[in-house]
Structures are given as structure tokens and as C-alpha cells.
Design a protein around this ligand. Structure first.
Ligand SMILES: O=C(O)c1cc(=O)[nH]c(=O)n1[C@@H]1O[C@H](COP(=O)(O)O)[C@@H](O)[C@H]1O
Length: 308
């Protein structure tokens, strides 16, 4: 799957991911009204609105981008109907040939991680039958439990040709509270980065490893150091747009080959119609606003890389 991701990034010229993080407050009234008229003001109604909202954004952007990243919390908040909307979104994106990064941030003791890996990246046997529960291509993984919490994910990736993005340095303001703590004079995130490089060396695709890392756009200096520590790992870079990251901050997350990083924006794309810059589209044409925001993001990042 890493080979497909790299190929699609090359083909689209867009090292970006659209984050499908729907909140009811981003969904235009006409979509909410229609969903509530059909299902009532229920969890089912909310999930239907989420699904219709996602579908329009995917329809308006899929030809420009290599990948999407649905964040499962945004679906789980609507309970079982929300999870059904998550699965529908994954299947629809797959039908559009997009690479799907399941932002699930899992990680537990080995046996539990194995079940998470099966659910999100693998297949489950039920009697004589086999099922694909959620079917994402990549999953985000929290490495805090250590190798035995990560290895079951790696095993499933090897078997299914899937991939991981392991949290190394997160984008949020208090990420340094633990991640920057010095251990033998080195920050913890560097030690985790070294471990990702070690896991990744065993899991190579054609050019890049299918064991990648997450490093926030909001910490460009740390991104520069981590890029060198993990030269063969793709870095998923969240924090662009709504969290303040800009194209010029991101150039050192990329390798000299112009590859090696994929930048996520969620609210900045899916709720673009609410920003002043895209207000002219109006809520009715929110998908066109998202397309324009994707085009602007690609231009910003490619411009910064060209100027590097
Ligand atoms: O793993 C992630 O994707 C992630 C890691 C991180 O360090 N920071 C971070 O923001 N994220 C996710 O990236 C998305 C960012 O959303 P926006 O800030 O709206 O672009 C959310 O889905 C977050 O859960």
C-alpha cells in the first residue's frame, strides 16, 4: 500500500491528505434538514448527514488527492450509526481508488493490539467465512506501550500489505509534556523516531517503508531532525491550516526527492466554506469550496518545495 500511496502522490503532485473529521457544526443546514426529515433528529439522522457531507467532499476532491484520513472519533461520537457512516465512507473512498488512512490511534497490550489490527487492517474469520471489518489501508498507532503493542499491527501489515503511521511527535500544544522529556540527554520523540526507523527497515516497499510516522506541522524544527532519523519512513504531518501550519514550515519534512511526507488538513478543507476566503461559494456549494481549498493547499506546499 505504501507503493500505491507514493505512486498516487507522484501522479497527483499533491503530497496531501484530506482529513474527513465531520462535526455537525460544519455540516450545511440543507444537508441536516434532509437527513433529519428522513431519520428524525436521531443518531441515525446525524450519521446520515455525516455520510452525505463526506460523499460530497470526496466527489469534489478525489481526482486531486492521493488519500483521505477519516478520524474515527468524529464517527464514534454518534455511536453505532456513526461507525456505520465511517465504514460507508471508507468503502466509498475505496471505490474512488483513494488510499485510506484510518486515524484510529490504537495501541494496547499485544493480544488487544492484535484485535485492533484485525479490525482496522486485517480480516476476521467467522466459522468458515472471512470478513473485512473496516478495511482501511493505513492506521495511526500509539507506540507508548512499547514493541509488543506495535508488533501485532506490523504483523497484519506484512500479511495484508497495509501500513502504519506511528505517533512520534504530535502537533498539539502540550505534546512536549512527555514527548520532549530528556532520557540520557535525548528527547523521547527522537528515541521513538529511531525505533520507527528500526521497525521500518524490516518493512520496505519499493522506495519507502510501510511503517511511517506522525510528526506535527506545528514543530518544524523537530520535523527536520526526525526527517534525518527516519529517512525511509513516510511522515504524516497533521497541523496544517486550522492548527497554524503553513507550506513554508513544512519543507524540511520532505526528503531531497520531494517525497517522504504527506500533509493533512481536516477543518481547513472540509469546513472551507465557513472561511472568509471561500465564503463566496456559500453553504450550498460547500464541496466546491473544499475543492478550492485543496487546490490552494497543493499550490502552497508545491510552491514552498520549489523555493527550497
Ligand atoms: O494522527 C493524527 O492524524 C494527528 C496527530 C497529531 O499530532 N495531530 C493531529 O491533529 N492529528 C489529527 O489530524 C487532524 C487535524 O485536524 P485539523 O486541525 O482540523 O486539520 C485531526 O484528525 C487530529 O486528530
Amino acid at each position: 500500500m505504501i507503493n500505491k500511496l507514493v505512486e498516487k502522490i507522484k501522479k497527483t503532485g499533491a503530497p496531501i491528505v484530506v482529513g474527513l473529521d465531520p462535526m455537525l457544526s460544519y455540516i450545511p443546514q440543507h444537508i441536516l434538514d434532509k437527513a433529519y426529515a428522513e431519520y428524525g433528529e436521531t443518531l441515525e439522522g446525524a450519521a446520515e448527514a455525516v455520510w452525505q457531507f463526506n460523499k460530497e467532499i470526496v466527489d469534489k476532491t478525489y481526482d486531486l488527492i492521493p488519500a483521505v484520513k477519516p478520524q474515527i472519533a468524529m464517527y464514534e461520537q454518534f455511536g453505532i450509526p456513526g461507525l456505520e457512516a465511517f465504514k460507508k465512507t471508507v468503502d466509498y473512498c475505496k471505490s474512488k481508488d483513494l488510499v485510506i488512512i484510518g486515524d484510529v490511534k490504537r495501541g494496547d497490550i499485544g493480544s488487544t493490539s492484535a484485535a485492533y489490527a484485525t479490525g482496522h487492517l486485517g480480516k476476521i474469520k467467522v466459522g468458515s467465512k472471512e470478513y473485512v471489518p473496516f478495511g482501511e489501508d493505513f492506521a495511526t498507532v500509539n507506540p507508548y506501550l512499547g514493541s509488543d503493542g506495535v508488533n501485532p499491527f506490523i504483523d497484519v501489515c506484512k500479511e495484508e500489505k497495509k501500513g502504519l503511521f506511528i505517533l512520534v511527535k504530535t502537533s498539539n500544544p502540550s505534546s512536549g509534556e512527555f514527548q520532549d522529556r530528556l532520557i540520557d540527554g535525548r528527547p523521547l520523540y527522537e528515541l521513538v523516531g529511531e525505533k520507527v526507523a528500526e521497525w521500518g527497515a524490516e518493512c520496505m516497499g519499493d522506495e519507502y517503508s510501510y511503517i511511517g510516522a506522525v510528526v506535527g506541522a506545528t514543530y518544524p524544527e523537530m520535523g527536520k531532525v526526525l526527517r534525518k532519523i527516519m529517512p525511509k519512513s513516510y511522515i504524516l504531518v497533521p497541523g496544517y491550516g486550522a492548527q497554524g501550519g503553513k507550506g513554508k514550515d513544512l519543507v524540511h519534512f520532505f526528503n531531497e526527492d520531494g517525497l517522504g511526507a504527506i500533509v493533512n488538513s481536516s477543518r481547513g478543507i472540509i469546513a472551507a466554506y465557513k472561511q472568509e476566503a471561500y465564503a463566496k461559494f456559500g453553504a450550498e456549494n460547500f464541496g466546491d469550496a473544499s475543492r478550492a481549498a485543496v487546490e490552494a493547499m497543493i499550490a502552497d506546499i508545491s510552491g514552498a518545495l520549489a523555493a527550497k
